[in-house]
Write a protein that binds this ligand. Structure first.
Ligand code: NOJ
Length: 501
């Protein structure tokens, strides 16, 4: 985009920027999210089984910034009524939470269902419905039963059947009341980030093989669960099922890097979405090609990215009822120079692509090392997805800012406003069918490697208080107000920045 186009486009957009444009479409849903290991605590209460995160944090406290763990966390296992109250205070349309597989199935298998685990989620679901709040349930948010981790976890192809069996229990118990389902949260993080870095649970480094075995198994597991719902539960309950992917938007550093940026998008997002949402199915062809070249160069006989059989391609393709998008941050990418071997999150294998990942100088850093703020990225990501897969129903299933402690979180409010404004632009200017938005997160919680040091909550949690007192931040009042008005506040929203090449 040249200088003249930039000025014209900015003028057009600011000119059309009226209060009217800041209203969300009728029926647009607002929610907030958490995940079991991050909030529940009660890690060994009743007959709950050990999860891979229990094992990891207990054996390697030094890996977590503040040496903490999820043993008690926000104690939502006992304080779920207060969580519902907060959802009511905010006026949420839905609350996204996850089910802990080892809490429901202590052995990992459906040979035995925990009565207490079953009742816990049942009560939470009923409590939400009583208040008119939709339960939006993630079936798996990283807390694999340790018994299954011991058998290889997500690198063992049998995991797809283990997940299928678990899914049957979940749909059977809660399918009558839950209409919104996510099978698996963020395959990119579970596979690429885990096996490329050896951090997060399980702490296993296997960037050349493990990451790719996991990528394929996760897709097959999701597909089997979706088909199970489609065939046996949809006729009775008519809910919607999808998978929540993590999206990092990539812009090229220079126009010369445009092709590389597209490859990075396919690697980061397409690897997990092309098999499901494209009309052809299977891996993105560009990634398949690069992976084969790289694997042969590394001395393997064939690609480390396991091939799909034609039956598997058909099994996975089309297994969605909506598109679930977690988004926080963006990156620039440029071609690597001779001899450069730097790799950077989220592309542990950025070298595979011959790319160097970096930040644009004016993108502020949050309190998470991986997280730079670039509101336009969410709009660009949505437009890209629509171009790739058509105008599906898009639900933003996570978005929010990590900060330091404090109740007066203007930075979080600004983040929400700026990102939501870009979502409105995607809806109104680009015609993308976004129907819902989820703030991450309802309350401060165990932020994985950052422990409790990093805060993302609309509510602050006092971890020194045995009652884990929850207090609304300024952002909670902002969010409640936004939901009530069904619109952003026009005065404090800055004009959009459209100057990116
Ligand atoms: C995505 C993950 O799903 C969630 O568990 C995590 O807390 C947020 N990102 C913030 O890092």
């Amino acid at each position: 985009m040249d200088w003249f186009q930039t000025v014209v486009l900015s003028t057009v957009l600011s000119a059309s920027w009226s209060a009217e444009d800041l209203t969300f479409p009728p029926g647009f849903m607002f929610g907030a999210a958490t995940a079991a290991y991050q909030v529940e605590g009660a890690w060994n209460v009743s007959d709950k089984g050990e999860s891979a995160w229990d094992r990891y944090t207990h054996e390697h406290p030094e890996k977590i910034k503040d040496h903490s763990n999820g043993d008690i966390a926000c104690d939502s296992y006992h304080l779920w009524r207060r969580d519902i109250e907060m959802a009511v205070e905010l006026g949420l349309h839905f609350y996204r939470f996850s089910i802990s597989w080892p809490r429901l199935l202590p052995s990992g298998y459906p040979n035995y269902i925990s009565e207490d685990g079953k009742n816990y989620y049942s009560n939470l679901i009923d409590g939400l419905l009583e208040k008119g709040i939709e339960p939006f349930v993630t079936m798996y948010h990283w807390d694999l039963p340790q018994s299954l981790q011991d058998l290889g976890g997500w690198t063992n192809p049998l995991v797809a059947d283990w997940f299928y069996d678990y899914a049957r229990v979940v749909f059977t118990l809660y399918g009558d009341r839950v209409k919104w389902w996510l099978t698996i949260n963020e395959p990119l993080v579970m596979c690429d980030f885990v096996y490329n870095n050896g951090i997060l649970a399980p702490p296993i480094m296997s960037p050349e093989l493990g990451a790719y075995l996991c990528s394929k198994n996760v897709l097959v597991a999701h597909a089997k669960a979706w088909r199970l719902y489609d065939e046996e539960f949809r006729p009775k309950y008519n809910g919607k099922v999808s998978v929540a992917n993590h999206h990092v938007w990539f812009d090229p550093l220079t126009p010369d890097d445009a092709e590389l940026a597209e490859l990075a998008r396919e690697d980061c997002v397409g690897k997990y979405t092309h098999p499901i949402f494209s009309t052809t199915g299977g891996w993105p062809p560009s990634i398949e090609k690069v992976m084969e070249e790289v694997s042969l160069k590394r001395g393997y006989k064939s690609s480390s990215l396991p091939a799909f059989t034609p039956e598997e391609i058909a099994l996975v393709r089309g297994t969605y009822d909506f598109y679930a998008m977690n988004h926080y941050t963006s990156r620039l990418i440029r071609k690597a120079k001779e001899g450069e071997t730097f790799t950077a999150w989220p592309l542990g294998d950025a070298v595979d692509l011959g790319g160097i990942v970096q930040r644009r100088a004016d993108w502020p850093l949050s309190t998470s090392f991986w997280f730079y703020v670039y509101p336009e990225g969410i709009r660009r990501q949505l437009v890209w997805l629509r171009k790739q897969y058509g105008n599906l129903e898009f639900v933003i299933t996570e978005n929010g800012l990590s900060t330091y402690a404090g109740l007066d979180d203007q930075d979080r409010i600004d983040y929400y406003k700026n990102y939501l404004r870009q979502i409105l632009l995607a809806i109104k200017e680009d015609g993308v069918n976004v129907t819902g938005y989820t703030a991450w997160t309802l309350m401060d919680n165990f932020e994985w490697m950052d422990g409790y040091a990093t805060k993302l909550g609309l509510y602050e949690v006092d971890y020194l208080d045995p009652q884990r007192k929850r207090t609304p931040r300024a952002s909670a009042r902002f969010y409640a107000d936004l939901i009530k008005k069904h619109a952003l506040d026009s005065v404090t929203v800055a004009p959009p920045n459209v100057t990116i090449v």
